[in-house]
Design a protein. Sequence first.
Length: 118
Amino acid sequence: MNTNVNDFSNIVEWAKELNLAITVTDKKNEIIYMNDKSKTTFPTTNIGDKLDNCHSKQSNEIISKMLENNISNTYTVQKNGVKKLIHQTPWYKNGAIAGLVELSIILPDNMPHHNRDK
């Protein structure tokens, strides 16, 4: 499956200036899109780079499992005093897994939680 980086970037123009990091890869783990926040968050990473070079062996194993088993991975992390929600999930083209999307959202210290079950 061949994904044209320029075509993909045009499709997601609305995401360019969102205040959350969006990083998208193809099925070969090559980065095909980074919005502005992603480029700021990962200043030494570029479109065309392979995820294998950006992550640990353990993270690369998780990425492989997500692609093989069509599953998502969600967690929180704190780095440099900033807490973030990370959500990684496959994206699809014509019903087949085409790669992964990672959303990285900064969480405020006093983030409210609303229980809508009540």
